[in-house]
Design a protein around this ligand. Structure first.
Ligand SMILES: NC(=O)c1ccc[n+]([C@@H]2O[C@H](COP(=O)([O-])OP(=O)(O)OC[C@H]3O[C@@H](n4cnc5c(N)ncnc54)[C@H](OP(=O)(O)O)[C@@H]3O)[C@@H](O)[C@H]2O)c1
Length: 329
């Protein structure tokens, strides 16, 4: 199927050992409907979740925790019986082996399979959706045009969450096709809020751009943290201490920057004394072309997103500079 990605998305992450409801509870212990949370409207109708893996579980756990849906409103499809049993046991949702059974009569059909499964799954769903159903896809690199063509259905939301969504602390950027009505738009926003911050964009290209910035963003953050921890170990810190110092420094710096509302360049300037340690460290980063490398990485991720959208591949190709292939990828 043209336009449907056939490669694994580079924004995907591995399964976590801890059940989603435990991770979310540890991070955000306020249960749905508890005093400090504003009451939220419930999602109407049934939700079919097609391909109930890690991100799907994060979504279902968030919806249930916030009281947006009742377990009996959710039907999750999965090919493996043990995974179906796991989901039924943890959340009390309905589970089915057939993707078509999950989407039939659902008012929302969440597409949460890996990109390479989409060419197989879309034909299974074609003809099962009701006219007023909303398709909510989080499949990386799958354009609304390819989903609409594959399903023969025009109300589609394409969303790009990121890994912290698994604990309700993600950022999701989403685009709705013109056939998504205002009520469905509101519902999509409500459901995506269960993953953290939800940002709607008017231009689908910005979902591809967000894939490179926020979707892939945790990868940049993890690599930077890893490099700092290794540097700390190289200095002579025990690993556990280096880890604590780095994570708490990063967490505190982000909180401080967000609370101050200042541009990061100004905050950096504030902590850089003439002839001091920060000035010396910054000079070393600039010699290493830190900004250029970060910019190149974001552009490389963007180009890869566009390749996944069009089904082309550059695997093994040489790296290219920022903007070398333009925004159209
Ligand atoms: N994880 C992230 O942080 C993240 C961020 C942004 C976007 N996304 C997107 O979210 C989607 C899901 O990612 P994920 O990390 O949740 O992956 P995942 O855990 O692998 O979830 C996909 C699930 O689909 C199942 N599956 C395989 N074949 C199927 C079929 N024919 N029909 C129905 N289900 C089938 C898989 O089963 P098996 O376990 O047996 O393979 C797996 O449990 C991807 O498209 C990804 O691009 C993920």
């Amino acid at each position: 199927m043209p336009g449907v990605p056939t490669d694994p998305a580079e924004t995907e992450c591995g399964n976590l050992a801890v059940p989603m409801e435990e991770m979310v509870a540890a991070t955000n212990p306020a249960p749905a409907g508890s005093g400090d949370a504003a009451p939220v409207p419930a999602a109407p109708g049934r939700i079919g979740v097609v391909g109930a893996g890690v991100m799907a579980e994060a979504m279902v756990a968030g919806w249930l925790r916030r009281g947006l849906v009742q377990p009996q409103q959710v039907t999750c499809s999965h090919p493996r019986p043990e995974r179906r049993e796991e989901l039924r046991h943890r959340y009390g949702v309905e589970v089915v082996g057939s993707n078509a059974s999950a989407s039939r009569a659902a008012s929302i059909v969440a597409l949460t399979v890996k990109p390479q499964m989409l060419p197989r799954v879309l034909p299974e769903l074609r003809g099962t959706l009701t006219d007023d159903a909303l398709v909510l896809s989080i499949v990386a690199g799958a354009s609304t045009a390819s989903i609409r063509a594959g399903l023969g259905h025009s109300a589609v939301v394409r969303a790009m969450p990121n890994t912290p969504a698994q604990i309700g602390s993600g950022v999701t950027v989403w685009y709705a096709t013109p056939d998504v009505n205002p009520g469905q738009r509101e519902l999509a926003d409500l459901l995506l809020h269960a993953l953290g911050v939800s940002v709607e964009v008017e231009d689908e290209l910005q979902v591809a751009m967000a894939t490179a910035l926020s979707g892939t963003g945790p990868t940049y953050a993890f690599l930077f943290a890893e490099a700092l921890i290794e540097a700390g170990v190289h200095l002579g810190f025990p690993r556990h201490l280096a880890r604590t110092l780095v994570w708490d420094t990063l967490r505190g710096s982000v909180d401080f920057a967000v609370q101050s509302g200042e541009h990061p360049a100004r905050l950096r300037d504030m902590v850089t004394s003439p002839g001091g340690t920060s000035a010396e460290a910054l000079a070393a980063l600039e010699r290493g072309r830190f900004r250029t490398v970060v910019g190149d990485a974001v552009w490389a991720a963007y180009r890869r997103t566009k390749e996944l959208e069009t089904g082309t591949s550059s695997a093994g190709g040489p790296p290219t500079g920022p903007g070398a292939s333009g925004r159209a990828g």
